[in-house]
Ligand binder design. Structure first.
Ligand code: SAH
Ligand code: SF4
Length: 382
């Protein structure tokens, strides 16, 4: 049985190397080859002893996910659809901006939370991704983009766990993946630039604060339990006041001094002035010493099965003003990658029918672009 080395954080890789009779500094060298150089061929790893390379060849691989398709939007956003087997596909989206490059990553195939406004939620839950499958999205995107841009510099500076799935319902695979992102021998990202987004899995927020504190975004979407129970069914288990308390506890350990609340603007559902006033009251009631959150209003990306509609721009602006006037920093998210269905919540839009999605996608993707170079990468013909 060969092991996929993308499955390991540095401690895991060290343990693996020790089983092969190798010291920790060898694990560090190997880790750097894989994540900093994008190497997958052990023969390339010239500073490793030949005997170790031979051992690795028989016991390990560096295995990316097969790419089903790739799309590039006119605004530079790139979306990849990856095959995770048994007809399941997950997506990662790269969003370039002037001062940063952000990769949006998936944590599960499907999602069990079942939010009403989310196409992944409508799809249902298929399975948790392995650590290797989470890390592979970053490994592939970073090294593919570097190769294309002909640079040795880091292209992806930020990661947001905002693709498909609820990351805190795949906790044991998530944490080692975050450690790989943060490790100076791998991607060396700042904790402030790695964001876990959650619909509010309270006990796991507490664990994350201790195990691996990174920036946190909480998908709020409603100012009261009645409405949130309906939009985010997990609220029935962890109601808003408990969620707010968990946010305050998280802040004690967090690398940033605020939590970002995401709020998807749904026409006539959660976007009225009264809802904004309730949010202000909610935040003030839980604020303690001062303002501790930011709001990110997300224009809803509609899909037919939801029966919901995007709030109008005037409504969004009026809503934002009520929050801002109360001293809460509020931004309205730009939609990116609209033309390739890479905007939030659209990631799963095309994979709702889970039967033979891989074949179906492969047929439909007539404009798929082959990843340039590195033909050795596992890759499905599209
Ligand atoms: N499960 C996690 C992370 C993935 S969802 C969470 O819920 O936070 C990432 C973000 O996209 C969440 O804020 C989610 O509410 C938002 N989202 C989901 N569907 C959307 C849609 N159709 N339009 C706009 N945003 C959506
Ligand atoms: Fe799952 Fe997040 Fe979608 Fe809700 S919004 S169904 S938690 S992926």
């Amino acid at each position: 049985m060969t092991v996929n080395l993308l499955e390991f954080d540095l401690d895991g890789l060290t343990a693996f190397c020790e089983r092969l009779g190798e010291k920790r500094f060898r694990a560090i060298q190997l880790f750097r080859w894989i994540h900093q150089r994008g190497a997958r061929d052990f023969d390339q790893m010239s500073d490793l002893a030949k005997s170790l390379r031979e051992k690795l060849k028989t016991s390990a691989v560096v295995q990316a996910l097969p790419v089903i398709s790739e799309h590039q939007s006119s605004d530079g956003t790139v979306k990849w659809l990856f095959d995770v087997g048994a007809g399941n596909a997950v997506e990662a989206v790269f969003i370039p901006e002037d001062d940063r490059g952000t990769l949006c990553i998936s944590s599960q195939a499907g999602c069990a939370v079942g939010c009403r406004f989310c196409s992944t939620g409508h799809q249902g839950f298929s399975r948790n991704l392995l650590t290797a499958e989470i890390v592979a999205q970053l490994w592939f995107a970073e090294h593919t983009l570097r190769e294309r841009l002909k640079t040795k510099d880091r292209v992806i500076s930020n990661v947001v766990m905002m693709g498909m799935g609820e990351p805190l319902q795949n906790y044991s695979a998530l944490v080692p993946a975050l450690r790989v992102m943060l490790d100076d021998h791998a991607y060396g990202m700042s904790r402030r630039r790695v964001t876990v987004s959650t619909s509010g899995v309270v006990p796991m927020m507490d664990r994350l604060a201790v195990d691996c504190p990174v920036a946190l975004a909480v998908s709020l979407h409603a100012p009261n339990d009645l409405l949130r129970d309906d939009l985010v069914p997990l609220n029935r288990k962890y109601p808003i006041d408990e969620l707010m308390d968990a946010c305050n506890r998280y802040l004690v350990h967090a690398p940033r001094d605020f939590i970002t609340f995401e709020y998807c603007m749904l026409d006539g559902v959660n976007d009225q002035a009264e809802h904004a006033r309730q949010l202000v009251e909610l935040v003030q009631r839980h604020a303690g010493a001062g303002v501790w959150c930011k709001f990110n209003l997300i224009p809803f990306n509609p899909f037919p099965a939801s029966g919901l509609h995007r709030s109008g721009a005037v409504q969004v602006a009026a809503f934002a003003k009520i929050l801002s006037d109360a001293g809460i920093v509020t931004t309205v998210r730009k939609t990116r990658g609209d033309d390739i269905d890479a905007a939030c919540g659209q990631l799963a839009g095309e994979v709702q029918d889970r039967t033979r999605v891989v074949e179906r996608m492969a047929k439909r993707r007539t404009i798929a672009i082959e990843p340039a170079g590195s033909a050795a990468r596992p890759h499905k013909e599209a």
